[in-house]
Design a protein around this ligand. Structure first.
Ligand SMILES: Nc1ncnc2c1ncn2[C@@H]1O[C@H](COP(=O)(O)OP(=O)(O)OP(=O)(O)O)[C@@H](O)[C@H]1O
Length: 242
């Protein structure tokens, strides 16, 4: 049963990430609200992936804070947020075993692991692949497995780095359908993408980055119809380069 006590909103304040004298991230304030579909846009090298990894706790910032409004224990925090990487990491085992391993790592008992794995595979159309070695799946199937595996404990917050990159239109649509299911089940989503079609269809909120700076955080409809900054306007007109 999903725990309905959310950690969110997540508030980012005065976040800076510097490496070798270069400012890679500069985010005075950002808010990830409960149950929203947040899409991070920006040109190559804008800092989108770094922002995700920093919010997820994988990259420590140079300064600033990233805080959940309702802080939980460290163990709860780990269980309540998950991240799917651009290149999914698959164990050299079956699809089912990939689920079982992830659930074991999260401290779920054996009987419960089997039940959750079976249910999650059924929910996301992966049952017929259960005994296939995960490494031989197509790119689209691997991405579906990676998302379903991360979602199997129904985290509060799921970060996804370019979940549809290098997928064909059908596989991309399957991923989008999965994301809609997660949204409907109350998972807050934060994803990066270069697919403006996906962003227009899917996003509630856009966080637009340029040169490491969060230039605009806005309701998605407003972002696409009336961008507030010259950078966002240029980006939407395909005129913004690094
Ligand atoms: N560990 C690191 N150390 C130093 N610089 C880094 C590190 N990781 C990323 N960078 C630099 O930070 C900048 C932002 O990288 P990031 O991967 O976040 O961009 P992005 O917006 O996700 O780009 P893309 O759309 O091309 O994936 C880049 O200039 C990159 O070279």
């Amino acid at each position: 049963m999903r725990d309905t006590t959310s950690l969110l909103p997540l508030i980012v304040r005065d976040l800076r990430l510097e490496r070798d004298g270069r400012v890679l991230l500069d985010v005075p304030i950002a808010r990830i609200q409960n149950r929203q579909r947040n899409v991070i846009l920006g040109p190559n090298g804008a800092g989108k992936s770094l922002f995700l990894k920093t919010c997820h706790g994988l990259v420590p910032p140079t300064s600033g804070s990233i805080e959940f409004t309702r802080p939980a224990s460290a163990a709860d925090n780990r269980r309540k947020q998950a991240m799917v990487f651009q290149k999914p990491v698959m164990l050299r085992r079956s699809v089912r075993a990939n689920f079982m391993h992830a659930l074991a790592m999260a401290g779920v008992g054996w009987r419960e692991r089997r039940r959750i794995a079976t249910e999650t595979m059924a929910q996301f159309g992966l049952s017929s692949l259960a005994d296939m070695p995960a490494r031989v799946l197509s790119g689209g199937e691997q991405q579906r497995l990676a998302i379903a595996r991360a979602a199997s404990l129904w985290p509060d917050l799921l970060f996804l780095d370019e979940p549809t990159s290098s997928l064909d239109p059908t596989a991309s649509r399957q991923i989008e359908d999965m994301l809609e299911i997660l949204h409907e089940r109350g998972v807050t989503l934060v994803l990066t993408t270069h697919d403006l079609g996906l962003a227009r269809r899917f996003a509630d909120v856009i966080l637009f980055f340029h040169n490491g700076r969060l230039v605009e955080e806005s309701n998605a409809e407003r972002f696409f119809t009336a961008p507030q900054t010259p950078e966002a306007k240029a980006f939407l007109e395909h005129r913004l380069f690094w």
